[in-house]
Ligand binder design. Structure first.
Ligand code: MSP
Length: 615
């Protein structure tokens, strides 16, 4: 069955002005009879002809009250079920980017929240025996709790059931209507409730199954309000051509361009059969489509409680967003529908939409609807937030899909965080205590004179910065780890424990070596802080800094030379607990392998034994 939109004169008349407000009404438009004004509002003229006004510069920052502002968003998560590792993944990535931007000195507004309306949520509330509002309160809170456990430092948390959000959605709807982009029509098509989207038959699997959720779509016929997306085909094409960095990674841009090229169809922005939603202005029989509602959360989140809350004020507080971080499954909504909606309302477009890949389990997207999820809370309880954050950002190239395996998880965090970083600090502090009363004998700048390691570290720091800026989070982690590797190599080559034994000038050299390695650790702490903030704080504390000092670090603190003569270090204590496979599992690991392993690794986290003396 192909989707059909049928407009009628009756429908048309009922739409003339649903608000009864003296809007700048344009002639009623429908899919086949749009009337464009000669000069579309989303274009400006320049000497070189038509120029898109909305997609701004390639720079991601805007200025609010004179400050360099970086506004980034995660999707607003559906509250049909508590969060799983897939939802946590976007938020961890966003938090790391936000922390990095704060280190650069930007005023960051990091927005997250929950998407609480629509059929999917109403159905899950009913299934759990709760009324929708109670259900939303409960599940929305479970997101906040997880974010706390994962050290997510968001600035704004918006719920789409918040009255201030509702007011902004209605105002936005009015603007789009006033621009002549909303009309009424019958619609017939196949609907995936999990995606909350009408699907094209050709994109479905056998038995009309949705390829993402593997569940059959249902046939629906409704009388709805439509948004005239097709009117924005050309403007969208132009914007993408002129701002190729708007959609990232670049291979997702091709996907978006090909959707647009294949022809944009208007989409329905109201539901007649769903009560749980924001009523369509002047038509209480319909509610606003959950996506048309939720996308506005990126703007309503900017409002401040107890202050005037209208679209104009919200926009003045930080719009346009610098970056929307999303999963690839919701790219069409963010890179096609949303920009068109914004153009229609006369608002600026976000500067970048980044569509990351999926965390998969056995090759399938991990998800609440498929029920093959990984519990982030369990992982955090077992391994701590730093390990979880580091593993997913380091292991999965940001943009690509990545499969989770517990064995791999343990291997990576043990090798990188416990060994390369934790052990190096531990060994160095142990030697410093034994030989220098835990006190630095010289400034790190003086200690490193003529030592090539300093240049290596500086180059790697620069590499990490560039990668963070380009959202290549895995490569950023890799660059920081390379600093740790360089520090370990230096330690092994110099063998300060041996030099101390020789005494005299050799011992003096050894004391300088320790300063150099501790400076390396300090640089690592700053450069890794966006990804593993707790671990970084522990390192910083052991280097003799206060929490306040750590909280005021900036990226410029990655510059060599922070540690000074006379600074007293803390006692060596493990900053990252090594995860030990339990004996049962180890025994199994050591058996000759026959066929495929199916068992899960049983693990216990043990305190790393401080390795104080000889390395
Ligand atoms: N409510 C909408 C978003 C509205 S934004 C205005 C929604 N919610 S969701 O809860 O279903 O998904 C939220 C995000 O989680 C999406 O970006 C989605 O891609 C991401 N993930 C859900 N499962 C995922 C994985 N298994 N792996 C990685 N990310 C995944 O869509």
């Amino acid at each position: 069955m192909a989707a059909r939109i049928n407009t009628s004169l009756h429908n048309a008349l009922s739409l003339l002005n649903p608000f009864n407000t003296p809007l700048n009404t344009k002639p009623f438009t429908c899919r086949n009879s749009f009337r464009f004004s000669k000069k579309l509002p989303y274009y400006s003229q320049s000497s070189s002809g038509k120029r898109a006004l909305y997609c701004t510069s390639s720079s991601q920052e805007s200025t609010v009250d004179g400050a360099d502002t970086f506004v980034l968003t995660t999707p607003l998560y559906y509250v049909n079920a508590p969060p799983h590792m897939g939802s946590a993944y976007t938020t961890i990535a966003a938090d790391s980017i936000a922390r990095f931007q704060r280190l650069l000195g930007k005023k960051v507004i990091f927005i997250t929240g929950t998407d609480e309306h629509g059929e999917k949520i109403a159905t899950s509330a009913a299934a759990s025996g709760r009324n929708p509002a109670e259900h939303c309160d409960l599940i929305s809170q479970s997101y906040r709790t997880l974010w706390k456990d994962l050290d997510i430092a968001y600035d704004k948390f918006i719920r789409t059931t918040d009255p201030k959000h509702e007011a902004i959605v209605k105002e936005f709807y009015a603007r789009v209507f006033a621009n002549g982009d909303i009309y009424r029509a019958d619609y017939e098509g196949l609907y995936c409730v999990n995606c909350e989207e009408y699907k094209d038959e050709k994109e479905l699997l056998e038995n009309n199954c949705c390829p993402v959720h593997q569940a059959p779509c249902v046939a629906r016929k409704e009388d709805n309000y439509f948004f005239a997306l097709s009117k924005y085909q050309k403007p969208l094409e132009d914007i993408l051509a002129q701002n190729p960095r708007f959609v990232q990674p670049s291979y997702r841009l091709n996907e978006v361009q090909s959707w647009i090229k294949s022809g944009l169809r208007d989409f329905s922005i109201s539901r007649a059969l769903v009560d749980w939603g924001i009523p369509v202005p002047d038509d209480n029989k319909q509610t606003i489509y959950v996506w048309f509602d939720a996308l506005l959360g990126y703007i309503s989140a900017l409002t401040e409680d107890n202050k005037q809350q209208n679209l104009e004020t919200a926009v003045s507080l930080g719009w346009p967003a610098s970056l929307h971080l999303i999963g690839k499954d919701i790219l069409r909504f963010h890179a096609v529908y949303w920009p068109a909606m914004l153009m229609s309302a006369g608002l600026n477009l976000p500067k970048m939409v980044f569509g990351h890949g999926f965390l998969t389990k056995d090759g399938m997207k991990m998800g609440k609807s498929l029920g093959n999820t990984l519990e982030p809370l369990e992982l955090v309880k077992k391994f701590g937030p730093d390990a979880v954050r580091y593993f997913f950002l380091r292991e999965v190239e940001f943009g690509n899909d990545g499969d989770y395996s517990e064995d791999r998880f343990i291997k990576i965090v043990n090798a990188h965080l416990a060994n390369t970083i934790g052990n190096l600090l531990n060994r160095t502090l142990g030697l410093l205590k034994k030989n220098c009363e835990s006190t630095l004998v010289v400034d790190s700048t003086i200690a490193a004179e003529g030592v090539p390691l300093k240049d290596t570290v500086e180059k790697l720091v620069e590499k990490a910065r560039t990668n963070y800026e380009n959202l290549s989070l895995s490569s950023a982690c890799e660059a920081v780890l390379e600093i740790g590797n360089a520090g370990n190599t230096y330690m092994d080559q110099r063998a300060p424990w041996f030099l101390f034994k020789q005494g005299g000038v050799s011992a003096e050299e050894a004391a300088k070596d320790l300063v150099i390695i501790l400076e390396v650790m300090r640089v690592i702490a700053v450069a890794l802080s966006p990804v593993a903030p707790c671990l970084s704080l522990k390192i910083y504390s052991q280097l003799g800094y206060s929490v306040d000092q750590f909280n005021s670090i900036t990226w410029s603190d990655t510059k060599w030379g922070g540690l000074k003569e006379g600074q007293v270090m803390e006692q060596a204590s493990p900053v990252f607990a090594r995860i030990e496979l339990n004996p049962e599992k180890e025994e199994e690991e050591n058996k000759p392998k026959v066929g495929k392993k199916t068992g899960k690794a049983k693990v216990k986290v043990v305190d790393q034994t401080p390795t104080v003396a000889e390395a």
